[in-house]
Design a protein around this ligand. Structure first.
Ligand SMILES: Cc1cc2nc3c(=O)[nH]c(=O)nc-3n(C[C@H](O)[C@H](O)[C@H](O)COP(=O)(O)O)c2cc1C
Length: 316
């Protein structure tokens, strides 16, 4: 059996945390997950946003959208379930009001967009063209597609490809945020890449539901919702692992249940280039910065000089 050599723990050793996600170079792999850290600099009072690899903002559509009725979130075993319904101010208002605050905080910004049709995605992407200071657009394909019998775009390789192609008008790198609620994930990831996505973000929430046994009704105002947090971490690891196996050259951003540095390292070993932290931030808003510190300390503890050495090592 191969023995892993454990170097002596050197607290002062420098660890190279720099990563690249397609054409986007980042000083480290840790980002916020879309929808869990607001649209702007909401986290700045807890976290030095300039230290993060990037801040990914909550998904925006071309127009302002009110979202779903309350209650929108509730705790579940080992995580939470939400049905926020993609509430947001719309791309133009966000670019005018929120983006400058993120820049003032020194954040590297990734914007997430959504739509209910290919045309709506394209409209949102077009509004980003020429906006200064956005590293990439993460296209959230994991929301209902009203044109295709309420399926998700990310459950269909052709629908995914159409949206990714339409979003080229943004003129910046495109990342495809995919859904774990399909057995076609690898096929969909391949279709996103073929259509021009520089990376895939894996995974969005897992479809679920909570029923209040006293009222005998769905607990969330939107009915069903998306489960996130530690409960879905193994699902994210599997999604990253499977896509890395099938598509070795496609950059992957791993997300799902990252609450500490070891969770992030696990996703990187499965094949992720970078990671995002979502639900953990609701219990402790400093989580995302702590995850970054814990990754660095884990590397020091294990004699890893460059994080890139760990990417995909779980693949034999
Ligand atoms: C309250 C809430 C809102 C979310 N909103 C979005 C969103 O607007 N766009 C998106 O792509 N993902 C959204 N997500 C999904 C997260 O970005 C992430 O993919 C998922 O929660 C898994 O990561 P986690 O377990 O670290 O939270 C949301 C998640 C939560 C909990």
């Amino acid at each position: 059996m191969r023995r892993l050599r454990r170097a002596r723990w050197d607290e002062t050793a420098t660890v190279d945390l720099a990563v690249s996600v397609g054409s986007v170079a980042l000083p480290n792999p840790v980002m916020t997950a879309s929808g869990t850290a607001g649209h702007g600099d909401e986290l700045a009072r807890y976290v030095d946003l300039s230290r993060l690899g990037a801040v990914v903002v909550k998904s925006l559509s071309a127009e302002a959208w009110a979202g779903n009725p309350a209650p929108r979130v509730t705790e579940v075993a080992a995580g939470m379930i939400n049905s926020v319904g993609l509430a947001g101010p719309g791309v133009a208002a966000w670019a005018a009001d929120e983006l400058p605050r993120l820049h003032a905080a020194g954040a590297r910004v990734v914007v997430s967009i959504w739509g209910r049709s290919v045309e709506q995605y394209e409209a949102a992407a077009r509004m980003l063209a020429g906006v200064e200071g956005i590293l990439a657009v993460e296209v959230n394909l994991s929301c209902p597609n009203l044109g295709r019998a309420h399926t998700m775009f990310a459950h269909d390789p052709n629908a995914t490809a159409e949206v990714i192609e339409a979003c080229a008008v943004a003129g910046i790198p495109r990342w495809a945020k995919l859904s774990p609620n399909t057995d076609r994930l690898v096929e969909v990831a391949g279709a996103a890449a073929a259509a021009g996505a520089e990376a895939v973000t894996l995974i969005n929430t897992v479809m679920g539901m909570v029923i209040d046994v006293e009222t005998r009704r769905a607990h969330l105002g939107g009915g069903g919702g998306g489960v996130s947090g530690p409960a879905i971490h193994p699902i994210a690891v599997r999604a990253v692992y499977d896509c890395r196996s099938a598509l070795p050259d496609l950059p992957i951003i791993g997300v799902g249940g990252v609450a500490g540095g070891r969770d992030a390292i696990e996703l990187i070993m499965a094949g992720a280039n970078a990671v995002q932290v979502g639900t953990a931030g609701f219990a402790d808003p400093t989580s995302v910065e702590r995850v970054l510190d814990e990754i660095e300390s884990w590397c020091r503890h294990h004699g890893v000089a460059a994080l890139a050495e760990l990417r995909g090592v779980a693949h034999v």
